[in-house]
Design a protein around this ligand. Structure first.
Ligand code: DC
Length: 228
């Protein structure tokens, strides 16, 4: 079978990756991989099991056999709907901690690569272009200032009915970024061949448009639209 086209979108939390990835995938009719959700699930499962987040071997073993099901737009862990529970800032922080464990990353590698199927895949994360899909045809690194990212996250969480304080969010985002950027394995950084887009002053549609242009250039068979 011919390899499926892959678009990777990496970047720090709150850079707008998730929103852009969902819109681009919708326009292209491609599959989507929200790799952060997998790390969030591992973090949540570890927390629920009362595991020590530094117990690398035990957490990696659990990651290999995680009882997860994605149904429509919901995610179930061992039969329980955890769609909202994995989106809290605590879950994000726990995800970032378990994501620093090399064995956990290795356990999730094959699972993530399985998402690359025709007609194509939009993969959203931190190491999609550097580690998981190094041969992707299009690689985007989406960035934005920490303040702007915290503001976006704040709005996103409020819209979901999750109560947070903006000041706490900025501190948490900076702490999480620091951990994600400085870990020894698969740190958050743009792939050498990634196009870096700073979205601080761009609206979502402008970013989506730029990403689609890059996809149409790399994979002309996907269409020749000039805007969304
Ligand atoms: O994208 P997100 O906020 O849902 O990701 C949650 C955490 O998971 C993030 O802080 C770092 C980690 N992560 C990762 O290490 N590698 C990925 N490909 C995706 C997420």
């Amino acid at each position: 079978m011919a390899e499926a086209p892959v678009l990777t979108i990496d970047g720090p939390s709150g850079s707008g990756k998730g929103t852009v990835a969902a819109k681009v995938a919708q326009v292209l009719g491609w599959h989507i991989l929200d790799s952060g959700a997998l790390y969030r699930l591992v973090g949540l499962a570890a927390q629920k099991a009362g595991m020590d987040l530094s117990d690398s071997a035990a957490i990696a073993e659990m990651a290999r056999t995680l009882p997860v099901k994605f149904v429509d737009r919901k995610v179930f862990l061992d039969g329980e709907d955890v769609s909202l529970a994995i989106r809290t800032e605590t879950a994000g922080n726990n995800a970032s901690k378990v994501a620093a464990i090399p064995e956990v990353r290795a356990a999730l590698l094959g699972w993530q690569r399985d998402y690359a199927r025709p007609p194509g895949l939009v993969a959203d994360g931190r190491d999609m272009g550097t580690v998981v899909f190094p041969h992707a045809g299009v690689k985007i690194f989406l960035d934005a200032s920490a303040d702007e990212r915290a503001r976006r996250r704040y709005k996103q969480l409020k819209d979901k009915g999750i109560d947070v304080k903006l000041s706490g969010l900025i501190a948490e985002i900076e702490e999480r970024d620091h951990r994600d950027r400085n870990r020894s394995v698969a740190p958050l950084l743009p792939a050498e061949d990634a196009q870096v887009i700073d979205s601080t002053r761009l609206d979502v549609d402008t970013v989506v448009d730029r990403v689609l242009q890059a996809v149409y250039e790399a994979y002309p068979e996907t269409g020749c639209k000039s805007s969304i």
